[in-house]
Unconditional design. Sequence first.
Length: 277
Amino acid sequence: MANGSRQAAWEFFGAELKRRREDAGFTQVELGTRVFVSGGYIGQFEQAIRKPQLDVAQRIDEALRSDGIFERLCRKLIDDRRYADYFAKAAELEALATSIAEFAPTLMPGLLQTPAYARAVTLAMNPLAHEEYIEEKVSGRIERARILKDVTRPVYWVILHENVLRVPVGGPTVMAEQLEHVAALAEARTMVLQVLPNSAGAYALMNGMVVLMEFEDAPPTAYTEAVYSGNLLDDPAVVKHTHSAYDLLRAAALSPEASLGLIESAAKDHRRCASTT
């Protein structure tokens, strides 16, 4: 489903939710109470600003006695081939998070990738794939990044290992543009950005990337990823331990100001490399 038609479908979901809620005589707060989310979330579902999780859609059906229509719509809309099966649930939660803290040891996070960078990564992993497949995956990355532009955007904290800045993914020109894009987002105060320098040596979470997510009406969760696999962690003790490891990374990383300077310097290095090739 193309981005435009998918958004239109979510808008239909929201309009239908509003109509049926009003027919049932519920305010947004009253319906939210029945399905264990805030009234503000119901309003955001109705405006297609946020997308409900499947279990919330199921509870809406129960509260409004809507014969499963919202569950069916939700299942259809979240069955999205743009995301790997192991990441689809994490992408759904990411769109609902009020706070996201991410550590990227090797690749630029999907929320920050430019189309050219995302394309280079996808091609490297799928060198024989059809163009339609490549475009589908790239569009999924770019669509995800819309949450950083929303009025209700999450608080976003990202730590990049210096390796992410140095490997010329897509070539020096693509890499320079990618780093310039990240620098612009940081300067616009879209996120808090830190870089963990190579000189830091051994560090917490050396075993891989992690995304920590917090929500208004649900317990926090963490997502980790390995080769062709991903894990959502919701055990409170494990999530707490992962938060502690992330705090150690924050302490070891450069300050946001020094991090921005390093990113801008790396972008210039890639530009110089591009001009000599």
